[in-house]
Design a protein around this ligand. Structure first.
Ligand SMILES: C[S@@+](CC[C@H](N)C(=O)[O-])C[C@H]1O[C@@H](n2cnc3c(N)ncnc32)[C@H](O)[C@@H]1O
Length: 200
């Protein structure tokens, strides 16, 4: 299985995989499956990050918007970006009341180009997207830029099924790239996802 996988962070756009970039006829179905399948992992990441009412949060690759809703109940402000217009629409619908109240914003953007101002986030969080980013270094530069000093970057990626997990060399490459920008990084294998984090 591992040998069939594409190499990560080579600059190549995600292929036709509807979970990597939901679009077309399969996009909405992929969004619904992600909303169900990733909910516990999203909740686990939220618990790990310890979000509070003083925090401005940016979620990168929010997909159907489940974590945006969880964040909205705790944070001061929540902004989501996702390159899939379908997912932006789905996330806005899922969180319609919070969007109307101005507590959640969702717009098209990516890890490499969030459109967020410099030093505007206390937490940047992303679940099950890091292996889909075309360019790891460009994305980490961007996320470092938008974090406030002391702010936390938290990236969670599947721990199961085994065919989805990061290979040891991919984990090491991610940890090294984080350490280059942030000075240090830490990795914790939680119940549902591997959590890579670094503080600006
Ligand atoms: C597997 S889904 C995960 C969605 C959501 N975070 C969750 O936990 O259910 C991957 C998401 O990453 C988004 N994505 C793809 N490329 C991206 C990039 N370069 N930057 C940010 N998000 C990206 C996709 O559009 C998709 O919504």
């Amino acid at each position: 299985m591992r040998s069939e996988r594409r190499r990560l962070w080579t600059g190549a756009a995600p292929g036709a995989n509807p979970f990597a970039l939901p679009r077309g006829l399969l996009g909405p179905a992929a969004g619904l499956l992600m909303a169900r399948g990733n909910r516990v992992q999203n909740a686990e990441v939220l618990a790990y990050c310890g979000v509070g009412p003083q925090d401005d949060v940016l979620e990168v690759g929010h997909g159907p918007g489940v974590l945006l809703g969880m964040l909205a109940r705790r944070a001061r402000s929540v902004t989501g970006v996702d390159p899939s217009p379908q997912m932006v629409r789905m996330a806005r619908r899922r969180n319609a009341a919070a969007v109307r109240a101005g507590r959640v914003r969702a717009r098209v953007g990516s890890a490499e180009a969030t459109g967020a101002p410099d030093a505007s986030a206390d937490l940047v969080v992303s679940v099950n997207t890091v292996a889909m980013w075309p360019r790891l270094d460009a994305a980490l530069d961007e996320l470092h830029r938008v974090l406030r000093p002391g702010g936390l970057l938290a990236l969670s990626w599947h721990l199961s099924p085994e065919s989805f997990t990061l290979a040891p060399d991919e984990r090491a490459a991610l940890e090294a790239a984080l350490s280059r920008r942030f000075g240090a990084s830490s990795t914790a294998d939680l119940r549902h996802g591997a959590l890579f984090s670094a503080r600006r």
